[in-house]
Design a protein around this ligand. Structure first.
Ligand code: COA
Length: 372
């Protein structure tokens, strides 16, 4: 049981963190060296968690995959609706069978990993079926606060199967605590964050569940790239610096994508490792504030690279538009007003790389459109 295919989508608009640093009167080295972030992805006007998830899934699914999917689990902490699951919009956008079960799951950045383990139990019971786990989030903290530098947006699509092409997942070791490091109560448009407490909970829980085995690579949930440095330093067998840099490379130019972040770190290793990783076992650590954590491993299979679409992954960092501060502020103001709009038309904003967009919202219902 494990991950058959793994895909990713990240918006093409990014804010360089040096631009943010100058605007906020901060030494750029704090953001680029201290926090380790170079750029962060910013959501475009006609995108949301559904469009990003559908774009991520498009990069990996063929017609045979689609026919075998029996369930879609959508992990997000950027919910669009208290009642209707984002999975229904995504399922419709992907043209999946009407017999598919569709659900949304929540536990901060951990829901994706929880969904993956539930999906593995499902394919254990139904070995001919596959489960699509979609993780999609927009990390938005508002302007001029400590969290502003650790934003991002993006989605991961994972196809879970009985005989996975990419990697076999081990049984996880999990732990849960009632913490108030990061949460978003109903009255607030942005999360309430105690970043220092969160780092403490993260590293404590990692120490509690890690497997005390040496691994060439251990992938981490990365709210910011240098979290990898802090996490690595508490492992029984820390990675050397070149390997650590591979684990955080993609995250450092994308930012925090919440539920997809651990799997972005895995993709970073698959794309940038110098070694052939066939039959290698990598460590994986998932953390979701509040707090839930799980440590597990993935053992890469023969031809594991067939489980990803390398060209689309390489294109994540190609042809990006680097925003000015004014553009960033306008886009995030638009994002907030769009998320709370009952009616809005977005049909003017289609970009060349997009295949699926949010065309409008009418009476709170989202209307999506295939544009390719
Ligand atoms: N040059 C180089 N490094 C510098 C620097 C400079 N001029 N100024 C500061 N730094 C370093 C600090 O030493 C620190 O490094 P360390 O953590 O290794 O000690 C790092 O930059 C960050 O500085 P700090 O003062 O801790 O930053 P902050 O108070 O602004 O907080 C976060 C940083 C990450 C805690 C904050 O951005 C945050 O809370 N983000 C949200 C995190 C989140 O989303 N968590 C979700 C749960 S996983």
């Amino acid at each position: 049981m494990g991950i058959d295919k793994l895909g990713c989508y990240v918006p093409k608009t990014v804010l360089p963190l040096t631009t943010l640093a100058y605007a906020r009167g901060v030494d750029p080295d704090k953001y680029t060296k201290g926090i380790g972030q170079v750029e962060m992805a910013i959501i475009s006007p006609n995108e949301d968690v559904v469009t990003m998830a559908v774009e991520a899934a498009h990069t990996i699914l063929d017609e045979a995959d689609k026919a075998s999917i029996d369930m879609v689990l959508f992990a997000t902490e950027t919910g669009l609706d208290y009642s209707k699951a984002a999975a229904i919009y995504a399922l419709d956008g992907l043209g999946l069978p009407r017999s598919t079960r569709a659900l949304e799951l929540k536990q901060a950045c951990y829901a994706s990993t929880g969904a993956m383990f539930l999906a593995m139990d499902y394919v254990r019971a139904h070995p001919t079926k596959k489960v699509l786990v979609l993780s999609s989030d927009i990390a938005w903290y508002g302007f001029e606060n400590a969290g502003e530098v650790t934003q991002g947006a993006g989605a991961i699509a994972m196809l879970i199967s009985h005989n996975p092409r990419l990697g076999v997942i081990s049984e996880g070791l999990k732990t849960v605590r009632n913490e108030k490091d990061f949460y978003r109560p109903l009255f607030s448009k942005v999360p309430l964050v105690d970043g220092k407490l969160s780092i403490e909970c993260y590293t404590d829980m990692l120490k509690e569940v890690e497997d005390h085995q040496p691994h060439l690579y251990t992938c981490f949930h990365l709210p910011f790239a240098n979290m990898a440095k802090k996490a690595n330093s508490v492992l029984s067998y820390p990675m050397d610096e070149p390997h650590l840099n591979v684990v955080k490379e993609l995250g450092s130019v994308v930012g925090n994508i919440y539920n997809g972040s651990l799997y972005l770190s895995l993709l970073s290793v698959l794309m940038h490792a110098q070694e052939d990783l066939t039959h290698h076992t990598l460590g994986m650590f998932a953390y979701g504030s509040g707090a839930m954590a799980e440590y597990f491993t993935i053992t890469l299979q023969d031809n594991y690279m067939q489980g990803i679409h390398l060209d689309s992954l390489k294109s994540i960092t190609e042809g990006r538009h680097r925003l000015s501060m004014d553009e960033y502020q306008t886009m995030m103001k638009h994002y907030e007003s769009k998320e709370y709009a009952s009616d809005i038309d977005l049909s003017d904003h289609v970009q060349p790389h997009q295949t699926f967009v949010l065309a409008s919202i009418s009476n709170g219902h989202r209307n999506y459109k295939k544009v390719k």
